[in-house]
Each structure stands twice: as structure tokens, then as C-alpha cells.
Design a binder for this molecule. Structure first.
Ligand code: F6P
Length: 365
């Protein structure tokens, strides 16, 4: 895998912000400068900054004191796709492929490799840029934990911690008012946050996209609890969950975004549906972007540091167009082409699903 020695790299963060992004940037930049004497550029606002040629040199000091800071010092964007850039034309949008311009911008600055920190949308674009000849190393980011090829993404642990705290806190209102409290967490196509936070917070019902629920089973379950003297129930629901005969609840569509659908609202729908069927008082809390905010947990800080360091070491060794992963406890990598267009969902027979069922949790089926 040995290739030409790299002298200059760029780093960018794409997609939604996520706790631990700065920890990865810090690890990439410090390893590059400290250990390998490379020149490092920081691209602003993800692919949008690459398209618009907005980038600056990064020094060791630029990345000092950011390990514990949430968000990304580089800025990010989840609405720009170099292969399908939405450009307003009058009242309508036209789509243009500006990927060649992106490659030219990097070549003009003599940047030889790109570290792309992002989720599935970012990696799908990265794989296509790699096919055009760009040297890329991906780092798996998303609170949803749904990137194919890695057992875990950084940001997930922090999101689960935040969601679990929220579930712990709504117990107070649930038990005092004898209500059904519904906590809606993120997770478009994969229910990892709902599953982990639901189990950790002792939710009575966990609803995830991979297991479409039957509303009558959910209602029977909460009514059954009331009959047994448990006068409240807690439901953890992923934003992408849907009833067996229903659809995901879409809150908006963003033209030009690599994944244009934005979800939100299943919690309120459930509160209405369960309230109407059971007569129980129901309330919903949508956690939304709270889950992406704040300082990363120690686990995410160390995972992000390991991912950033591994990405740089692999690039320096001459590996390209791979995504750094943590698989079976080992840091390694997988080809970007294998990752693009796939996501890692919760298997119905996952050990944690089986454990949750064993302790009496309902998945609404
Ligand atoms: O992919 C990460 C994520 O946080 C999803 O869980 C969520 O559906 C989406 O991003 C929200 O995107 P936005 O920040 O554009 O509302």
C-alpha cells in the first residue's frame, strides 16, 4: 500500500454536527504536524466550503483546547453535495455537478489528501470524489451510530447519555401525574439511540424504525401497566419509527441535501393516538438537537482521538479511499466503496433487544 509520500492534507467535517468532531480534528492536525511534519488545511463548512474554495491553514495552536468542546471549529453543512449542487434559477432550483471544481481547488493549493469526517451522506460523496482520483480517508461520525462497517461511531455515546438523562427526568412528571410520557430521540433509519437510551433509562416501551409497531399492542401494554398498579409509562421512540400500517413523520424536506428528508413529530402523533385510544393522559418531549450538543463524553473523546490518529497514520502509510472503523475491538479500515449507500440498522434479534424483551420492555409488537 506504500505510495507517494504525502506532504499536505486538508480536513473537513460534513453532515450534522456531533459531539467529538473537534476531538477528531485535534487528533488529525496534531498527529499530522507533530509526528509527520505535514501541512494541514481546514475546510470550512463541509462540502460547501470545498465548493466555494473556503479553507485556511491550521496550526498546532489552532487545535489546542478544543478536545472537550462540542460542535466543530471548522463549521459544517448537510445541504451541499458537489455532485448535485442546488443553484437558484429564478424561482426554481437547478442542479449542477461541481465535483471537478472541487478537485481543481485542492490541486491548486497542492493539497494531496482529504480527511473527511462525516456520516453516510458525507461518505457517499467522498466515495464518488475518490473515484475521480482524490485521496480520501473517512472518519465515522454520527450520533445515530448507523454507519456501515464500524461497530460504533463517535458522538453516539454522548447522545445516548443525553437521551438517558432526559428519560430519567421525565419519570418525575410521569409518576406524579400518572401520565404516559413519550421521549422522541433522533435516529432516522436506525433505532440505536432509542434502544440504548430506552434500556438504560428503563423505558417501558421502545419503538424503533426497524420494528414497525402495532398501536393496539402499545395501548394494551400501557393499559396493562395501569391495571397492575403502575400508573405511568415511559416510551422511548426514534424519530424514524412508524406504525405497521403507517409512514415516517416527515417535518420538512431540504432541496439539494444529500438526504433531503428531516423527521420529527412521531412523539406527538403517538401521544394523540395513545391518548385517544386509552383515555390516558399523554405528553411528548422531542429532544432533537439537544442530543448533538454539549461536551463529548470521555468515551467519545477517546474514540474520536483514536479515529483521528488512525486516519492520519493510515494515510501516511499510503492507504487511501478507506473509512477508519472500530471492529471487534480493533481499529482498522474498510473501503469507502463498501460503505457508500449502506447503513447499519438494529437487527431484530440483537442481544440488547432480546435483553430488553426479557426484562419486560415492549417493542409494540
Ligand atoms: O444524521 C444525524 C441527525 O442528527 C439525524 O439523527 C437527524 O434526523 C438529522 O441529523 C437532523 O438533521 P438537521 O440537523 O438538518 O435537522
Amino acid at each position: 500500500m506504500a505510495g507517494k509520500r504525502i506532504r499536505s492534507i486538508a480536513v473537513m467535517t460534513g453532515g450534522g454536527d456531533c459531539p467529538g468532531l473537534n476531538a477528531v480534528i485535534r487528533a488529525v492536525v496534531k498527529t499530522a504536524i507533530n509526528k509527520h511534519g505535514l501541512e494541514v488545511w481546514g475546510i470550512q463548512d463541509g462540502y460547501l466550503g470545498l465548493i466555494e474554495n473556503r479553507m485556511d491553514r491550521l496550526s498546532y495552536n489552532d487545535v489546542s483546547n478544543i478536545l472537550t468542546v462540542g460542535g466543530t471549529i471548522l463549521g459544517t453543512s448537510n445541504i451541499a453535495n458537489p455532485f448535485r449542487l442546488a443553484v437558484p434559477k429564478g424561482r426554481r432550483l437547478q442542479y449542477r455537478d461541481v465535483s471537478d471544481d472541487c478537485l481543481r481547488v485542492l490541486a491548486e493549493r497542492k493539497i494531496e489528501a482529504l480527511v473527511c469526517i462525516g456520516g453516510d451522506g458525507t461518505m457517499a460523496v467522498a466515495a464518488r470524489l475518490a473515484e475521480k482520483g482524490l485521496t480520501i480517508m473517512g472518519v465515522p461520525k454520527t450520533i445515530d451510530n448507523d454507519l456501515y462497517g464500524t461497530d460504533v461511531t463517535f458522538g453516539f455515546d454522548t447522545a445516548v447519555t443525553t437521551a438517558t438523562e432526559a428519560i430519567d427526568k421525565v419519570h418525575t412528571t410521569a409518576s406524579s401525574h400518572h401520565r404516559v410520557m413519550i421521549v422522541e430521540v433522533m435516529g432516522r433509519y436506525a433505532g440505536w439511540i432509542a434502544l440504548h437510551a430506552g434500556v438504560a433509562g428503563g423505558a417501558d416501551v421502545i419503538l424503533i424504525p426497524e420494528i414497525p409497531y402495532d398501536l393496539s399492542k402499545v395501548c394494551e401494554y400501557v393499559i396493562g401497566r395501569s391495571r397492575r398498579g403502575k400508573r405511568f409509562s415511559i416510551i422511548a421512540v426514534a424519530e424514524g419509527a412508524r406504525a405497521k400500517d403507517g409512514q415516517m413523520v416527515v417535518s420538512r424536506r431540504i432541496a439539494g441535501s444529500p438526504d433531503p428528508i428531516r423527521l420529527g413529530g412521531i412523539g406527538h402523533k403517538l401521544a394523540n393516538d395513545i391518548g385517544a385510544r386509552t383515555g390516558l393522559e399523554c405528553r411528548a418531549v422531542i429532544l432533537g438537537h439537544v442530543q448533538r450538543g454539549g461536551t463529548p463524553t470521555p468515551y467519545d473523546r477517546t474514540l474520536a482521538t483514536n479515529f483521528g490518529h488512525t486516519a492520519l497514520e493510515l494515510l501516511v502509510k499510503g492507504l487511501k479511499n478507506h473509512l477508519v472503523v472500530l471492529k471487534d475491538g480493533r481499529f482498522s479500515s474498510i473501503g469507502l466503496g463498501q460503505v457508500a449507500g449502506r447503513i447499519r440498522t438494529v437487527p431484530r434479534n440483537h442481544a440488547l433487544v432480546r435483553a430488553a424483551v426479557a426484562v419486560g420492555t415492549s417493542f409494540g409488537v
